[in-house]
Every structure is written in C-alpha cells, then in structure tokens.
Design a binder for this molecule. Structure first.
Ligand SMILES: [Zn+2]
Ligand SMILES: [Zn+2]
Length: 370
C-alpha cells in the first residue's frame, strides 16, 4: 500500500510502498484512511527538527490528525462495524507500570516521557492507505460530520485547555456554579492568540461556552480569518494595527488567555496584562534555539499579588476526543457555512509534499488518502 514517509537519515520525504497491516489481535480494527490534516508538528518533522521512526524502520510514516473508515474488526470488537467513521487518538501509553497517568488511561499526562505517538514518536502515522489500531484508541464519528471531522484532533487541544481552565478556576467559588452550567464562560472574557486552526477552533469553543471572545492575531483586516471570527460572534483584533495598550483598552479585563501562535514575545506582552485571578494557557512551544529577551520581573510581577495561573498543555486524552466530536456537531449546527471554511484545500497524496515542506496561505490543509 502507499504511504507518505520521512527518512531522517537521507532527509527525504516521499510516497513509499509499505506492507498493508492486518488484524492480529481480537481488539484490533482495520481502517481505511480518508483524510489527514497537516499542522506545524508535521512540518517540524519534515524539517527534521524532531520525530522518531519506529525501532528497526528507516522511515516514519507521517500524519496524526486522521479521519478513517472501519473496514474490518477483530472478534472482540462489538461497538464498531465496517463502514463506521472514526477518529484515532495520537498518543499511546508508556510501558512503565509505575506511570500512574498512563495506567489510568491519561497518557496525555504521561509522567515518564516514554510514551509513543502515531506519526510523531516511534509509531507510524496515518498518511497511509490502511492502518490497524487498537479499538480503545478509536472514537466513532457521526457520518453527518464527515466533511469536517478531520478537525477533531486539532480541536482536542482547545478542549483539554478548557477543561483544565474550568477545573482550576473552581478555586473561585463564585464562579463554580457558572462552571457547571451550560455556559461556564458567561460574564468572562477570553482572548485567543493566533488565528490558525487551533486558534479558530478554540475561539468557536469559547464562544459556545458563553465567553466574550477576542482573537488577537498579526494579520491586518480585512482578511478571511477575521471574517470567520466575526461570523462566529467573536471579535478579531490585529496586533499590527492595535498594539497592546490599545488592545487592552478595547478588551477590558482578560480572564482567560488561550495561546495558539508561534509568537512568544506577543504572548508574553498579553501575559503581562492578564486580569486578577486570570489564567493563561500556552499550547504552542517555544524554540530554545531562537531565544527572545523578556523582562522577567515585569512578566512575573502580577503573578502573586493577582492570584494568576500560567499553564502549559499538550496532547489530549479520550474524554477530550469525545467532547471535541460532540462540539464539532454543535459548531456545524450553529455555523454550517463557516466551519467548512477552516479547511482551505485538500491535496492528493502525490502532492502532500507541497503542504509538508512549506505552509501555504490559508487555514487547515488536508491530505486526501482514499
Ligand atoms: Zn497536529
Ligand atoms: Zn506514561
């Protein structure tokens, strides 16, 4: 079968012939891949910044944001059947019995760091015609979501961020009743940094949770991302034309910041302007090879006197995949013409390198497998 692989030794990326996997255990499911989203992680792997092939393989099959169709199930699989659509999880637990996170199926919080990840770390990914996976890592998707379900995995980043923010902010008892309501963000202001797929999906999530939502991003208006932000009832503000002081004036108190941009200096500026009792969530990493100077005293100045929280979050567990699929359904009902616009273009496998080696303009780029 065909697959798209990166060869770290020879620095090549191309379509390979890879043995078609077969079901070998009763709890396995054979999948035919339909679509795989491309993100910065894939491009970092293609730039050989990280990513590790499985043991004894000279290449790594790429792809972790997948939508697939079930073609066969092992005999112990009861809740999936051929024709069903599924989204697979990315991270798999480590083998250390002392890792309480992985033992509790929370491998997104793995304590040893020896977890594996499909398409990233020591496991082949989903840019292949077929994959065999354990049923425990597959989440069924309604057929009505087939055109947008490839966005599930990027949405899980926002889902996990929100769950943690709501848990942590239960330290504020007067917000606790709101946190358990249908609109836990009611009366609160959320700022999303960045208008890429993770940012826009996060903005949609914050809007349906009742937050007064702002997206702060570089590009000047008018632009397509700003149009999408306006259409979902959030406010887009360009960092090019609205510097921090003016931004703060327009937004007022900032209760929650969801960082989804690779522009750490701007993120730090916003962090310095977080509200009392506010929470700042980092989802993108910084590159230690590209250090930037910050005024640490100014950055941390308000942390203690204003009861602020800073967290980092990565990956997602089973519950967040479930809620992402449910919320995609809510987005689709509420914004049927807007949600599909997050997918800018679909590329056949043969043209995948066009989106893996560089980032074309637009929002989410998807490789069509079958
Ligand atoms: Zn990704
Ligand atoms: Zn672990």
């Amino acid at each position: 079968m065909k697959a798209i692989a990166v060869f770290p030794e020879t620095k090549e990326i191309h379509v390979v012939e890879h043995p078609e996997p077969q079901i070998e255990h009763p709890e396995q499911v054979k999948l035919r891949l339909l679509e795989v989203g491309v993100c910065g992680t894939d491009r970092h792997i293609c730039a050989l910044a990280f990513g590790t092939p499985p043991a004894h393989s000279e290449y790594l099959i790429l792809g972790h944001e997948a939508l697939a169709e079930v073609v066969a199930v092992g005999e112990a699989v009861t809740h999936l059947q051929p024709g069903d659509l599924v989204v697979p999880e990315v991270r798999r637990p480590c083998a250390d019995p002392a890792c309480r996170a992985c033992q509790a199926s929370h491998q997104d919080f793995c304590q040893t760091g020896t977890y594996t990840e499909r398409g990233i770390k020591e496991l082949h990914g989903y840019m292949a015609e077929y994959v065999v996976d354990d049923v425990h890592f597959l989440h069924p998707v309604p057929k009505a979501l087939s055109q947008v379900a490839v966005l599930t995995e990027p949405l899980t980043i926002a889902e996990k961020a929100l769950v943690q923010a709501l848990q942590i902010q239960q330290r504020l008892p007067w917000q606790t009743s709101a946190a358990t309501s249908a609109e836990p963000g009611s009366g609160l202001t959320a700022v999303v940094l960045g208008a890429g797929p993770i940012g826009l999906l996060g903005a949609m999530l914050f809007v349906i949770q009742g937050f007064d939502t702002y997206v702060y991003s570089r590009a000047q208006t008018p632009n397509d991302k700003a149009d999408i932000v306006a259409a979902i009832g959030a406010t887009y503000i360009s960092a090019e034309t609205t510097p921090m002081e003016a931004f703060k004036e327009r937004v007022g108190q900032i209760d929650l910041v969801y960082e989804a941009m690779d522009a750490a200096p701007l993120a730090i500026e916003v962090l310095q302007n977080l509200n009392r009792n506010g929470i700042f969530i980092f989802t993108s990493g910084t590159n230690p090879k590209q250090p930037f100077g910050i005024d640490s005293a100014a950055t941390l100045h308000n942390l203690t006197p204003q009861n602020q929280i800073i967290i980092g979050t990565v990956n997602a567990g089973p519950a967040t995949f479930q809620s992402a699929i449910e919320h995609l359904g809510v987005f689709q009902q509420r914004w049927p013409a807007i949600l599909p616009r997050l997918i800018t273009e679909r590329y056949p496998m043969e043209r995948a390198s066009e989106v893996l080696l560089q980032k074309p303009g637009g929002i989410k780029h998807v490789v069509t497998i079958g």
